[in-house]
Each structure stands twice: as structure tokens, then as C-alpha cells.
Design a protein around this ligand. Structure first.
Ligand code: PLP
Length: 403
């Protein structure tokens, strides 16, 4: 991987912030976009823009092909099939779709299992469902290292469990969760296994057939694509059973004055005019990532992570949350006695973009016994030099504190 060449594809990385070179370490929130993605969207609007699936004219056929090609690319990217790959607005909409469409599978007294490290979008849709149905939500606990102890799986997941929905990787702790063990125990108990893969699909090879999950959700904007486009994968027989989330144009087969029948998969779950240009940009993002290779990205981010962990180990004023192994390149930490927002503001003055606060994981923040944290999250276009810039700025901030 030629990092210098790669960085040239990302125009924004040349930007100066407060007169300093931008160091973008907020990739878990959203990634930057290469010129190939920006151009694909612009080319679509310049040369192919039309609505899809409805027109017989040439432009509409071109737009339809571009949109469907993006579905094919997304399905291949995660080892699924065209029919099983639904485009949504992103992970949040995918999980809301599921919680809505699975409503008939959950009844009073049933249990839904999540973990303490979930993003709000994998908590709130289930809370709404549980409230409507009189079901109970149980949370798998994290240990001191910020990982899930496997011992608890058989205690928490049982015959009452209907759904287990879990972050594949925590957007705060960086923990990569043990899917094999969870899959086994959900299958033994006839429960559905859902993965929130917003943080893994951009960074590590993900294959839905190997994971054997029932459903999986992710967002295009965290993997070089535009905002407003993402994926819900579901096993075909399950998607066929479920009622649609939204109804209206394009998702129907036939409508009369009394009732309607639904279109085939995946269109049954894609009501209305979709984000066509977004899908085209997403397709270009998938091409870009595929060219580099997810294994290459994973290995590179591992090197970056090891470097950061080694440097953090030398800083006694930094408290790092999350495990040191089985993790991705997302690091939440605090400088002792400083508020995370203050640290992030100091870093911004140095051109370093990080996130501060609860990172849409308030229950996790309170479990950790903190009121927030600073989060530095890396992608394959970040460099070891940028790791060192973060470290030296943290030292400078600490120095200011002791003056
Ligand atoms: N789940 C996880 C683990 C995330 O990190 C995020 C975004 O930060 C989401 C869900 C929500 O993604 P989106 O806002 O793209 O729907």
C-alpha cells in the first residue's frame, strides 16, 4: 500500500486547520472521500441523472443500471447475494427497519439481548419494540478490559431470547466481539443473530456467510462513500417472511383500491425514490476499497494501533479504555483531570480532529464511570507520523496543565 499515493486521492487531507496541517482522526464518525467517489457522484448528475425502475427512456435505464450495479458491488463486498442486500440510509435506518419488521416475532415476556457497549442506534429501536410488546432487554456486560466475557453468554442467552443484536466492533472501545461463540449460542436457542457492523465493514474483511449472522447493518459514509446510503443484509428466507418497513412507490408488485402486494427482494424494503447518486458514489467507494484490499487495510491499521498503544503505555497521564488485543483502530481515552471537550479543543487548535463526549453510547459511558472521553479513530490514509503528532500534542496539553 502506497500511503503517499493514497493520500493524494483525498483532497481534504491537504486542508489547513488554524494554519496547521489537518490530521483527521475522526474516522469512526465518518471517513473522508477520495476523488474517485466525488467524481462518480458528479459524473452521475452530469450525465446519467434520472429516476430508476420506472422509465423506458435511455437515461432512466442508465440510472437503473448504475443503481443496480451498486447493489451488486455491495453484495459481493460482504459475500451476500443481490436479493439479500437492501439499501437504506445507513446503519441506523437498517436497525430501525429490523426492529419494526421483526415486531411479530417478539411477544410479551420474550427477551432481547444487547451489550453494554452498543451505539444508541442499536439500543433505542429495541427499546421501542420491547415497550410495545412487553419484552425485556438484557445487556451483556463488559469486563475491565472493555471486552465481553464469554462465560456470561450461556447465562444471559436462553430459550426466552428472541433476538441478540450486537456491535461487531465497538465505536468507543474498539473491541471486536466474538461472533462465533454468540452465533453458536443464539442458534442453540433459536434466537436471531444481528450484527451492527458499522465499524467493521470499513476496516476488516466481513463475510456474512462465514459469520452466519441473520442480519447485518452498516453505513456507506464510514467507508469512503457519501452520507445517506447504507446496507441491511438479511438471510433471504427471513427477509421474505418479514413485512415491509415502509410502503409506497417501487416496493409494490400490484396495488388496487383495496390492497397491495409487495415487490420481490431487495426492492420490497426500498420504498420511494432511493439515494441513487449516493448509491453510485458508494459503488465507487467499494471499488476503491476492493482495490486496496480489506486485509491490507486491516493489517495496516493493526500496525498503527500497536504503535499508538505502545506510545499510550508511556503516558501515565492518559487513561485508555478498551482492550489491547482483538480490537480495531478506535481509541477512547481521557487525560486525567481534563474534560474531553477541552482536550479536543486543544487538539483542534493543532489541526487534529478528534471526537469528544459520549460517542452516541451513553450507557457505555456511564458503565465506564466517566462523563465522556476523547476518541481518536484511524483509517488507512492515516500515518505513523500522525500517531506521533497526536502523542506530542497530548504531552503539550499535559504540560499546559502543570504550568
Ligand atoms: N453503530 C455503530 C457501531 C456506529 O459506530 C454508528 C455510527 O457512528 C452507528 C451504528 C450509526 O451509524 P449511522 O449514523 O451511519 O446510521
Amino acid at each position: 500500500m502506497n500511503i503517499r499515493k493514497i493520500r493524494k486521492d483525498f483532497p481534504i487531507l491537504d486542508k489547513k486547520i488554524h494554519g496547521k496541517k489537518l490530521v483527521y482522526l475522526d474516522n469512526a464518525a465518518t471517513s473522508q472521500k477520495p476523488i474517485q467517489v466525488i467524481d462518480a457522484i458528479s459524473q452521475f448528475y452530469k450525465h446519467h441523472n434520472a429516476n430508476i425502475h420506472r422509465g423506458v427512456h435511455t437515461l432512466s435505464e442508465e440510472a437503473t443500471k448504475a443503481f443496480e450495479d451498486a447493489h451488486t458491488k455491495a453484495s459481493k463486498f460482504i459475500g451476500s447475494t443481490f436479493e439479500e442486500t437492501i439499501f437504506t440510509k445507513g446503519t441506523t435506518e437498517s436497525l430501525n427497519l429490523l426492529a419494526y419488521s421483526l415486531k411479530d416475532k417478539v411477544k410479551k415476556g420474550d427477551e432481547i439481548v444487547l451489550s453494554q457497549m452498543e451505539h444508541h442506534s442499536n439500543i433505542t429501536p429495541w427499546q421501542v419494540l420491547a415497550k410495545q410488546k412487553g419484552a425485556k432487554i438484557k445487556f451483556l456486560k463488559i469486563n475491565k478490559q472493555g471486552a465481553l466475557d464469554k462465560k456470561q453468554f450461556s447465562e444471559v442467552i436462553n430459550k426466552k431470547t428472541k433476538i441478540v443484536s450486537l456491535a461487531h466492533m465497538s465505536n468507543v472501545l474498539g473491541t471486536i466481539n466474538p461472533t462465533k461463540e454468540i452465533r453458536k449460542i443464539t442458534a442453540e436457542n433459536n434466537a436471531l443473530f444481528i450484527l451492527d457492523a458499522a465499524q467493521t465493514v470499513p476496516n476488516i474483511p466481513v463475510n456474512v456467510k462465514k459469520l452466519d449472522c441473520d442480519f447485518l447493518a452498516f453505513s456507506g459514509h464510514k467507508m469512503l462513500g457519501p452520507t445517506g446510503i447504507g446496507v441491511l443484509y438479511g438471510k433471504k428466507h427471513l427477509l421474505e417472511e418479514l413485512p415491509p418497513f415502509q410502503t409506497g412507490g417501487d416496493m409494490i408488485e400490484e396495488v388496487n383500491f383495496k390492497e397491495s402486494t409487495w415487490n420481490k427482494l431487495p426492492w420490497k424494503f426500498e420504498a420511494g425514490t432511493p439515494n441513487i447518486a449516493g448509491a453510485v458514489g458508494f459503488g465507487a467507494a467499494l471499488d476503491y476499497l476492493k482495490k486496496i484490499g480489506l486485509e491490507t487495510i486491516q493489517n495496516y491499521e493493526h500496525i498503527i494501533s500497536q504503535k499508538l498503544i505502545a506510545e499510550f503505555d508511556l503516558l501515565d497521564f492518559v487513561e485508555l479504555y478498551g482492550p489491547k488485543t482483538s480490537r480495531g483502530a478506535v481509541f477512547a481515552f481521557n487525560i486525567k483531570k481534563l474534560h474531553s471537550h477541552d482536550v479536543a479543543t486543544f487538539l483542534d487548535e493543532a489541526g487534529i480532529a478528534v471526537r469528544a463526549g459520549h460517542h452516541c453510547a451513553m450507557p457505555l459511558t456511564s458503565t465506564l464511570g466517566i462523563n465522556g472521553s476523547v476518541r481518536a479513530s484511524f483509517y488507512f490514509y492515516n500515518t505513523e507520523e500522525e500517531v506521533m503528532m497526536l502523542i506530542s500534542e497530548l504531552k503539550r496539553i499535559k504540560g499546559l496543565l502543570t504550568k
